[in-house]
Ligand binder design. Structure first.
Ligand SMILES: NC(=O)c1ccc[n+]([C@@H]2O[C@H](COP(=O)([O-])OP(=O)(O)OC[C@H]3O[C@@H](n4cnc5c(N)ncnc54)[C@H](OP(=O)(O)O)[C@@H]3O)[C@@H](O)[C@H]2O)c1
Length: 285
């Protein structure tokens, strides 16, 4: 473990990460393309750098292009880079090879909290790359939240991150569609809210509405029982939902996509199966 860490990128995320490292007593060096953003951190004791430097560099920028731009000409021999920026898994894998080619090691990461959550109880980030390097720096990285090592494939951290983000975005966007649908008949958001809270909570429970667990088990087994609620019934129901959005004069991108996916599942031989059969369509576009 080292007592020194460099933070590269001082947007809302990187600046907060630098603060958490300062709080934890680290010797913090900071670098940002727009140098003026370092001033509040320097006032708190961070060292400003002319160029990204240091044995352990924690990077948080818009994307991996920013990392290439920032590190052009920097000697990476023996350096460990931990990049918590967003990009595609493919770009992360290519970046790990590029850093290795420069004599350094890249640990990729996806952090699961917004700036105020960094380092707070319950916060965590997915990390992928060489396990011994993640382990060696885990105490330092814990200043940002729990360290979840998901494996050596450098694309994995971003796959886990994007999988979570996808559930987050699509769940909340469907909540907004649903709130607008109720709103079209004068129902206030707060009037629908208790039922949405109930549904979201129950989906993660172990009861009869505990569909996350049930579908996960079904997908592992490759069997999707549908005697009690068939895919055909749900495809027809999804059409009714789309009609409701159209009749209310609302935007219909997500309801249309849902209907199309359910109808295809029904059409391609899964009409008598349950909801889990949708994954077969997702795996075969
Ligand atoms: N904000 C969130 O809630 C959140 C949560 C989880 C993950 N993330 C991820 O964390 C990363 C950072 O997010 P953020 O919200 O802090 O802000 P951001 O707007 O995504 O990134 C801002 C940082 O990127 C730098 N940058 C952009 N292009 C650059 C380039 N070509 N060369 C050098 N530096 C460049 C900016 O430098 P300048 O200051 O010079 O412009 C700034 O330091 C993103 O990948 C984001 O997806 C964000």
């Amino acid at each position: 473990m080292t007592n020194q860490v460099t933070v590269v990128g001082l947007g809302p995320m990187g600046a907060t990460m630098a603060e958490r490292f300062l709080d934890a007593g680290y010797d913090v060096t900071v670098w940002n393309r727009t140098a003026s953003k370092a001033a509040p951190l320097v006032a708190r004791g961070a060292r400003p750098a002319e160029r990204p430097t240091g044995d352990l560099m924690v990077i948080s920028q818009l994307n991996y292009r920013a990392m290439y731009d920032s590190l052009a000409g920097v000697d990476l021999k023996g350096k460990v880079l931990v990049n918590l920026s967003s990009d595609s898994p493919k770009v992360l894998r290519e970046a790990a090879s590029w850093v290795a080619g420069q004599g350094g090691v890249l640990v990729t990461a996806g952090i699961m909290v917004p700036p105020p959550g960094i380092g707070q109880p319950g916060s965590y980030a997915f990390y992928s790359g060489p396990g011994e390097v993640i382990e060696r720096h885990s105490q330092t990285l814990r200043a940002l939240g729990d360290v979840v090592d998901v494996g050596t494939d450098p694309g994995l951290a971003m796959l886990y991150y994007q999988a979570q983000l996808y559930v987050f975005w699509s769940t909340l966007t469907s909540f907004m569609h649903a709130t607008a649908l109720l709103g079209s008949a004068g129902v206030k958001p707060g009037q629908g809210l208790p039922y949405f809270k109930e549904t979201v909570g129950l989906l993660a429970s172990d009861g009869p509405m505990g569909f996350l667990q049930q579908l996960s088990d079904e997908i592992e087994a490759g069997e999707y029982p549908g005697e009690l609620n068939s895919m055909h019934m749900m495809a027809v129901g999804a059409e009714h939902a789309l009609d409701a959005f159209r009749d209310a004069g609302l935007e219909t991108t997500m309801p249309e996509a849902l209907k199309a996916l359910f109808e295809r599942t029904d059409r391609e031989g899964h009409g008598a199966d349950g909801l889990g059969a949708v994954i077969e369509m997702i795996k075969k576009p």
